[in-house]
Design a protein around this ligand. Structure first.
Ligand SMILES: [Zn+2]
Length: 445
C-alpha cells in the first residue's frame, strides 16, 4: 500500500462511480484488494484473510492515505468494480501502461545498462526472456467435447440450477486460446532482482505473433539497452531473422535438441548425408569440409574408411552487427584449424542466409545458432535465464494457490489477474532493491 508502483497503477484505472453511494475505498484500496484475491488464490480465502488481518491492513491503509471502511472490505467490492469498469479494452490499456512502468522500474533498479553488449558472452541484465504460459479455462460448460461413451461430440452440460451457466469464453474450434499468455522477464545479479516486463494474452494461442510484436515494442522503448532475447518452443529461422534484424541477438535451443549438452554426442561421428557437406575454399587456396549440426558449425575430417567425421566445432571469435539501412545485418567469425597448412583461417558467415552445400543449401537461420551449446557458460547462463519465467509461472500456480485453472470465466479477467500478480512482484522487487526514480515522479507515468 506504500508502494509508489501501486499508487501509480491505481491512477491508471477508471474512477469508481459515486452516483448511488460513496465508494467504500478509493482505487488504491480496490487495487490492493484485487491483488489480495490473486495472491490468496481464491475469493473465499481472500475474504477470510482480509477479515483476519483487517485491523493491521486498515492501519497501513490509513498511514498511506487510503480510505477504508470500518468493516473489512469484501472481495465482492473488487469484483463489482471489475464488472462495471474493467472492460477488455481497459484491461489491455492497463497492461500496456504497466509494461511502461515495468521498463522504468527495471532501469531504475540498474537493469538494462547502456554500453556495448558482448554478444559472445552477454550480461544477464541486457537479456529479455519470454515464455508462453497456459491456464486451463475456468469451466468447460458449453464447450464441445468428444464423449467416448456416446461416440460423438457433445456440448458439456451445465450443472447450474439458477439458469446462469458458468460459460468460459472459447473460440469457434472449441478451445479457450484466450488463456494462453506470454510473459517477459529481466533479471539482475542480486537475488530476487527480477522485473516482470509484461504479461499479455496470445489470441488463438498464437504465441509467436504475440511474442514478435512484444520484442519490437521492448526494443523500440529500450533501444540498445535490450540486446538479447531468449525464447524457445516454436521459434524458427524466420523468427531468428526478424529478431536479429532489429539488432537483437536471438537465443534458443537448436531444433531437435532436448538438452544443451546433446551436441557432444555428435563429436567423432561420421556425417550420414553427404549432400549436407559444405566445401569451403579460403583465400589461401586451402579447403575445408564443414557441416552444420545441432546449431554448430563442425569441421569434418576424413577417416581411414573415407568417411567425413565431425571432428571439432568451429570457435566463434567475433559477432558483429553491421548497419545496413533499416535492418541490421550480422556477421559471425569462425576459426578453422587448417588440415592442409596448419594455420588458422577465419570464416565469416551471415547467420541470416542460406549457405551452399554439395547438393542444396543449409538454412543458417534455422540450423545455426550464434550463441550455441558449445558456448559453455555463456549459453548455459543466458539460456538458463528462462528459469525466471518458469519460476513466475510456478509461483502463480502453486505459491498463490491460483492453481492450473483460471479463477475467472472471462479472458480479460484472467489477464487482469496476471497483471495484478506482475504488479505485486514488481512492487516487491522495487522496494527490496531500493528503487528511487518513481518515488520522485509523484506517482505519475
Ligand atoms: Zn590452410
Amino acid at each position: 500500500m506504500a508502494s509508489p508502483l501501486v499508487h501509480q497503477a491505481a491512477a491508471l484505472l477508471p474512477e469508481q462511480g459515486m452516483t448511488t453511494k460513496p465508494a467504500a475505498t478509493d482505487r488504491v484500496g480496490t487495487l490492493v484488494l484485487a491483488m489480495a484475491t490473486v495472491l490468496w488464490g481464491r475469493d473465499a480465502r481472500a475474504d477470510n484473510e482480509v477479515r483476519y488481518a483487517w485491523s493491521r491492513l486498515a492501519k497501513v491503509a490509513a498511514d498511506n492515505g487510503i480510505p477504508m471502511p470500518s468493516d473489512p472490505l469484501r472481495v465482492s467490492h473488487f469484483t463489482d468494480y471489475r464488472r462495471r469498469f474493467c472492460t477488455p479494452a481497459v484491461v489491455s490499456a492497463f497492461g500496456r501502461a504497466l509494461e511502461d512502468q515495468a521498463r522504468s522500474v527495471a532501469i531504475d533498479l540498474g537493469l538494462f545498462p547502456l554500453g556495448s553488449i558482448d554478444l559472445l558472452n552477454p550480461n544477464a541484465t541486457n537479456v529479455i526472456v519470454a515464455d508462453g504460459y497456459w491456464v486451463a479455462e475456468a469451466s468447460s460448460v458449453g464447450r464441445t467435447v468428444y464423449d467416448i461413451h456416446l461416440g460423438k461430440e457433445v456440448v458439456h452440460p451445465s450443472r447450474s440450477k439458477t439458469g446462469n451457466p458458468r460459460l468460459a469464453e472459447f473460440d469457434d474450434v472449441g478451445r479457450t486460446h484466450g488463456y494462453c499468455f506470454i510473459d517477459y522477464q529481466v533479471r539482475g545479479l542480486a537475488k530476487r532482482l527480477i522485473v516482470c516486463l509484461g504479461v499479455e494474452p496470445a489470441p488463438m494461442g498464437d504465441e509467436l505473433t504475440t511474442v514478435m510484436a512484444g520484442v519490437k515494442r521492448h526494443r523500440q522503448a529500450l533501444g540498445e539497452r535490450f540486446g538479447v532475447f531468449v525464447y524457445d518452443g516454436a521459434f524458427s529461422g524466420k523468427h531468428h531473422i526478424e529478431v536479429r534484424e532489429l539488432g537483437v541477438l536471438s537465443v534458443n535451443k537448436p531444433k531437435g535438441t532436448k538438452s544443451l549438452s546433446q551436441w557432444e554426442k555428435l563429436r567423432n561421428t561420421p556425417t550420414t548425408n553427404l549432400n549436407k557437406v559444405i566445401d569451403w575454399t579460403f583465400d589461401t587456396g586451402c579447403t575445408a569440409q564443414l557441416e552444420v549440426a545441432a546449431g554448430l558449425m563442425w569441421q569434418l575430417t576424413t577417416d581411414i574408411q573415407s568417411r567425413f567425421v565431425r571432428t571439432r566445432v568451429l570457435d566463434r571469435t567475433a559477432v558483429r552487427i553491421v548497419a545496413a539501412g533499416d535492418r541490421e545485418r550480422w556477421e559471425v567469425d569462425l576459426v578453422v584449424r587448417c588440415e592442409q597448412c596448419g594455420q588458422h583461417h577465419t570464416l565469416t558467415v551471415d547467420p541470416n542466409v542460406k549457405m551452399a552445400t554439395r547438393k542444396g543449401t543449409v538454412n543458417l537461420p534455422e540450423q545455426f545458432r550464434i550463441l550455441a551449446a558449445n558456448g559453455g557458460d555463456a549459453m548455459r547462463t543466458t539460456y538458463g535465464l528462462r528459469n525466471n519465467s518458469e519460476a513466475f509461472h510456478r509461483q502463480l500456480k502453486t505459491d498463490t494457490n491460483y492453481g492450473d485453472r483460471a479463477g475467472s470465466l472471462a479472458r480479460h479477467h484472467v489477464e487482469l489477474d496476471m497483471l495484478l500478480f506482475m504488479l505485486a512482484k514488481n512492487a516487491l522487487a522495487w522496494a527490496e532493491h531500493g528503487g528511487t526514480i518513481l518515488a520522485r515522479q509523484n506517482y505519475s507515468l
